[in-house]
Design a protein around this ligand. Sequence first.
Ligand code: DGP
Length: 113
Amino acid sequence: MSDCIFCKIVNKEIPANIVYEDDQILCFHDVSPQAPVHVLLIPKKRIVSMDDVQEEDKELMGHMMVKIKEIAQILGLENGYRVVNNCGEHGMQTVGHIHFHILGKRKMAWPPG
Ligand code: DGP
């Protein structure tokens, strides 16, 4: 059994507000939203971080990238959005299951903090 919180969401052991799901990936609302719309896109397979992506994950990672625009459409992000991946300690990653934040419905600042 994994202690990974996102694996528990994948396995429906803990609830999440799901936006999109297929056999490979899951997208759900972030519990601590930093924008009016803030969801997390994850692979169902646990990959710890961007630093752990392997050659064999190319198709899965590509699938996620292709689905982002579809998810943005579901969420009504017609004015654009930001996609963020935090990797490792300096990237301020807090959950060890690779995820892409999709944030929208407000204008973002740059550079990030
Ligand atoms: P990061 O800092 O990039 O690792 O982002 C982790 C995000 O995960 C953070 O924005 C809060 C969110 N999060 C943590 N635990 C849960 C949870 O149990 N449910 C949901 N929906 N989001 C969570």
